[in-house]
Design a protein. Structure first.
Length: 449
């Protein structure tokens, strides 16, 4: 069988991008060890270099995510006007970005149960021979191209915590509901990263026909790029680039409200007031877009008001090759997020001997076990108490490092690969059996392009 793979294209999105690479790597190893299936990776320009690293050799093919499209101007006229240099490349890049956003965005108009079918994308995938599709992150293409699919659902926070604007405002709730409701309704198999995630899918979308045996648990792994060793000279060089304080807390997260940066800053202000402790916190991650820009400005304003200008460090975007030093040199990862059910930075910290503070909430609690200090993310006092324990108690930090390493033993690349192979094999069997069933009525559609 030929299996199409649509990885998540945005490197800046962190976890789900790394999850895509985990899948590609696992499938590559499977292919190298005798898998008889063929794979075609549909990757746009932003991901093709990464895809090519994993997807080389017989039985692998890389195609553009988009069908070959003509420029809005005839190609020869566009070249005559713009030439073959930078302007033409910019036009091609802009065209590709807009087209990808059109087919993968959450934007939704019309009834939630009416599928906005994309016959052109369907023809493209079928032309490339895809009989089963694998999506490493939620994408509306999964059900809009009408090809059997396996798709990962990483969280359902629009249902669980709609008070956060990043999952509910400006039509976001409706768009997510359209995606997840119909993904559950028409999926061959869905992936969850934990038993809690599986439970959420069944609770909210079992009524749309998804059965428990169609939801498979495929946990996250630590990001592979973090394991590259750094000698002492390189470690010091990286520390000097960012002028890092001697000791610091670390939080790699985009500035979404649910990430809870503000309460971290307020907790540090409380510790400074209460104990005269000056504890540096190093933030990195994007703050583009209206919601994140507002959150970032608010966090920095609070830091200034509390006299923490020297304690709050924002590094912006950090290259992958520097991240392992930032983790391993930190006193602890501080991640009092409101969202789960699981989070990759916890695994990354464990892999680099970095103690963890995270949230005592459903899902995250099960992921962390006894290998983290658990706090109430809604309480500044609870976060402050947790930070104080980690900052002042070396024995506690060493105990958490040991527990994290033990906990990490449950998340191996071999286990990930074997689980994924089993899932793909079951999906193939379901596709074959489905072909033998009588033809049933197709989903309600609204053809778009």
């Amino acid at each position: 069988m030929r299996i199409g793979i649509v990885p998540w294209p945005e490197r800046a999105d962190g976890g789900i991008y790394q999850y895509s690479l985990m899948m590609l790597n696992a499938l590559r190893e499977w292919k190298a060890n005798g898998c008889v299936d063929d794979f075609v990776v549909f990757a746009d320009r932003g991901l093709r270099n990464s895809a090519e690293v994993f997807s080389n050799g017989p039985g692998w093919k890389i195609q553009s995510l988009l069908p070959n499209n003509k420029l809005s101007l005839p190609r020869n006229i566009a070249r005559r006007i713009l030439g073959n240099g930078v302007p033409m490349r910019v036009l091609r890049s802009l065209r590709t970005r807009l087209q990808r956003q059109h087919i993968t965005s959450f934007e939704k108009t019309g009834p939630l149960d009416t599928i906005q079918f994309h016959p052109r994308m369907s023809r493209w995938f079928r032309q490339c021979g895809a009989e089963l599709m694998l999506y490493s992150a939620p994408q509306r293409l999964s059900f809009e191209v009408n090809i059997p699919y396996v798709m990962a659902i990483h969280d359902l926070q629009h249902r669980l915590q709609p008070e956060f604007p990043e999952v509910s405002s400006n039509g976001e709730w409706e768009a997510r509901e359209y995606l997840f409701r119909n993904a559950a309704r028409y999926a061959t198999i869905l992936l969850a990263d934990s038993e809690v995630g599986k439970e959420d899918i069944l609770n909210f979308y079992g009524c749309y026909g998804i059965e428990p045996e169609q939801i498979k648990v495929l946990p996250f792994l630590p990001s592979g790029y973090l394991f590259k060793p750094h000698d002492e000279d390189e470690r010091q060089r990286i520390r000097q680039i960012y002028k890092l304080p001697q000791a610091y807390l670390f939080y790699p997260a985009q500035f979404w409200p649910h990430k809870n940066h503000r309460r971290i800053v307020e907790a540090l202000g409380e510790l400074k007031r209460r104990y005269d402790l000056k504890i540096p916190i190093v933030f990195c991650g994007s703050h583009t877009g209206d919601i994140r820009e507002h959150t970032f400005a608010e966090v920095m304003s609070v830091a200034s008001q509390m006299g923490l200008d020297q304690e709050v460090w924002y590094l912006g975007y950090i290259p992958d090759k520097h991240m392992s030093v930032l983790y391993s040199d930190a006193v602890a990862l501080i991640m009092p997020t409101f969202f789960g059910p699981t989070n990759i930075p916890i695994l990354e910290a464990w892999s680099l001997n970095c103690p963890v503070l995270t949230s005592d909430i459903r899902g995250v609690r099960e992921q962390a076990g006894k290998a983290a200090v658990l706090v109430n993310p809604g309480s500044v006092e609870s976060i402050a108490d947790g930070i104080y324990k980690l900052w002042t108690d070396k024995a506690l930090r060493l105990s958490l490092i040991k527990s994290g390493r033990e906990r990490l033993a449950d998340f191996t690349s071999d286990d990930f690969r074997q689980r994924l192979i089993s899932i793909v094999e079951e999906a193939k069997m379901r596709v074959i059996l489905k072909r033998q069933e009588p033809v049933q009525q197709s989903p309600v559609r609204s053809e778009q392009w």
